[in-house]
Write a protein that binds this ligand. Structure first.
Ligand code: SF4
Length: 448
């Protein structure tokens, strides 16, 4: 049973030192009880108290890791109902489905698309993470062979799908070292699948006909020492699945109801046969609490928007996405190429660098750390002004890379040109376009 804020408060040092980021121990205790703070933020709690507070400080939705070939996918660990309250922690994983009754060419096609459909955006690689391998034939050998093929074809996390423990065991023989998610423990096989999960240290999904059945299954598994659990509420209509997801999140966060305090798996692929509708359904569960989202196939036109949606929703609203400060070479510049400067708000960087690429004029782009603020905001905040830009330009080493000493500043920072010429002696400051779209035409007219 989770502790209340007052119960937690009684165990804290009560010095109100504020080192945890809030002014009093009471405020910290209340945040801890609400899942909005982590115990590690208080450096003064004793080990004994830590043990006592373990349950209270654990996230109300348990983080579960599904290991992949090169990195682990972590889902769950959420602490808020709405992103603006704090942030969403761990983005849902996207999985593509293959089954052992599919034609080989179809399986290969889906795995190829899994490997190929990845996108570089704002310095991150956006891609699906998991392959769900389903036994439909009931033949353990066929299933194992398919899991083998998946393992060899894709660096991915794997979901083994069968309600037959023998078939799941066959799949584990092929990919046990990847710590796949075992799907699914049901009321008929929970003991056997639970001991498979425990024996192989793998996470396990429970599938119930409804939430009551899910609660009975998770209670049984945790009682047997299996804690890394993923929930399938069994719903296969959008309305019920959506309601279940809201119930699960709300029960875990608002009622501290541990039997539902686990991430979920949801199957848009089983809710419609229309690929576009499937994409729309998947997008709803990106926004509303899906942990793993299983798709029938991957198509760029629906996968890309889903990946971008996921990126946006799981970006910390209090911290703008930022690009690393430095000099970025675009298109193989030489000592006569133009030099532009901008801020490190990721969107600004990617727009400006994109327009430079479009111009086909090789150039160097100086990206200055403005705490992730855009040009206009950083300028208004005093972070992208002559006094700040000049020391950065001097330290950047750009002067050694070019013969000319001409620096193109964004049109929105034109007011800084005079100050910069004073601060950067020997440099000529050129005012570039106010709109990024005008950069290509501006650069085509560039003369060193
Ligand atoms: Fe209290 Fe610990 Fe926070 Fe200090 S850091 S105010 S002792 S909870």
């Amino acid at each position: 049973m989770a502790l209340t804020g007052i119960q937690i408060f009684k165990l804290l040092p009560k010095t109100n030192c504020g080192e945890c980021g809030v002014p009093t121990c009471l405020a910290f205790a209340m945040n801890l009880a609400a899942g909005k703070a982590e115990l590690a933020a208080c450096p003064h709690v004793s080990d004994e108290t830590k043990a006592q507070l373990q349950e209270a400080s654990a996230p109300p939705i348990r983080p579960v890791t599904i290991a992949t070939a090169d990195k682990a996918l972590k889902i769950g660990g959420e602490t808020v109902m709405f992103r603006h309250e704090k942030r969403f922690e761990n983005p849902p994983g996207f999985a593509v489905l293959v089954s052992d009754t599919m034609a080989e060419a179809e399986v290969s096609g889906r795995l190829d698309r899994f490997n190929q459909l990845q996108y570089e955006r704002v310095g991150l690689t956006l891609r699906p993470e998991l392959v769900a391998v389903k036994s439909e034939s009931g033949d353990a050998g066929k299933f194992q062979a398919l899991v083998d093929k998946v393992k060899l074809s894709a660096k991915c996390g794997i979901i083994l799908m069968s309600t037959n423990p023998d078939i799941l065991s066959a799949g584990l023989k092929a990919c046990g070292e990847r710590k796949p998610l075992l799907y699914a423990a049901t009321k008929d096989n929970v003991d056997a699948v639970g001991s498979l999960a425990k024996g192989n240290a793998c996470p396990v999904a429970v599938k119930g006909a409804n939430l009551d059945e899910v609660v009975a299954l998770t209670t049984k598994l945790t009682g047997a020492g299996v804690n890394d659990i993923v929930i399938d509420s069994g719903a296969r209509t959008l309305r019920r699945a959506y309601e279940d997801h809201v119930w699960i999140r709300s029960a875990a966060l608002n009622k501290k109801f541990r039997p539902l305090g686990f991430p979920t798996i949801v199957f848009p692929c089983e809710m419609t046969k229309d690929p576009m509708k499937e994409g729309v359904i998947a997008s709803i569960f990106v926004a509303k609490y899906g942990g793993i989202i299983v798709l029938s196939d991957l198509r760029g036109e629906s996968l890309f928007p889903l990946l971008v949606e996921r990126l946006n929703i799981y970006t910390d609203p209090q911290r703008p996405l930022a690009t690393t400060q430095g000099i970025y070479d675009i298109g193989g510049p030489d000592e006569n190429s133009p030099v532009l400067i901008t801020t490190n708000f990721s969107l600004t960087y990617f727009l400006v660098s994109g327009y430079i690429e479009t111009s086909k004029v090789p150039a160097r782009l100086l990206v200055m750390n403005t705490d992730g603020l855009s040009v206009m905001t950083a300028w208004a905040a005093g972070k992208f002004v002559a006094d700040a830009i000049a020391p950065f330009v001097k330290k950047s080493g750009i002067a050694d890379k070019v013969k000319h000493h001409k620096l193109i500043i964004p049109g929105h920072a034109a007011a800084e040109s005079g100050g910069l010429e004073e601060e950067l002696s020997g440099w000529e400051i050129l005012v570039g376009p106010r709109e990024g779209a005008h950069i290509p035409a501006y650069l085509k007219a560039w003369k060193p």
